[in-house]
Design a protein around this ligand. Structure first.
Ligand SMILES: [Cu+2]
Length: 119
């Protein structure tokens, strides 16, 4: 009984960590006009933090490798962008960031999370 409770607590901790605390790994800076390739697999965008410059166009090329429905879309809520990501077929999203700030992008459920940092 105690073991079950501990397992439950661990699971809750894991869920909290995953959804609220986990800020995955690597970041890149995009030179103006550059195409940044972002892989969608195993629950993370790789890279997941993309730093771009205000007023300079960049393109993000999403490549979905995760066949679960979770990865089927990428959404930039602040920018009104929502795109289907067909499995294994690169999808190019062009951006012209005009406002400084941190803008998240995510899958439709918010399990995949990434950030566009405009400087
Ligand atoms: Cu998802």
């Amino acid at each position: 009984m105690i073991l079950v409770n501990i397992a439950g607590l661990l699971l809750i901790g894991l869920i909290i960590w995953w959804f609220w605390l986990y800020r995955p790994g690597t970041g890149v800076s995009a030179a103006p006009g550059q195409i940044i390739e972002i892989r969608v697999s195993n629950g993370v965008y790789e890279p997941s933090l993309i730093t771009v410059t205000t007023g300079k166009a960049v393109s993000l090329r999403f490549i979905r490798e995760d066949e679960t429905a979770c990865a089927a879309q990428v959404i930039f809520p602040d920018m009104g962008i929502q795109k289907e990501l067909p499995l294994g077929k690169p999808v190019l999203i062009r951006l012209l960031p005009e406002q400084v700030g941190d803008f998240t992008f995510q899958c439709q459920m918010g399990m995949y999370r990434g950030m566009l940092r405009v400087r």
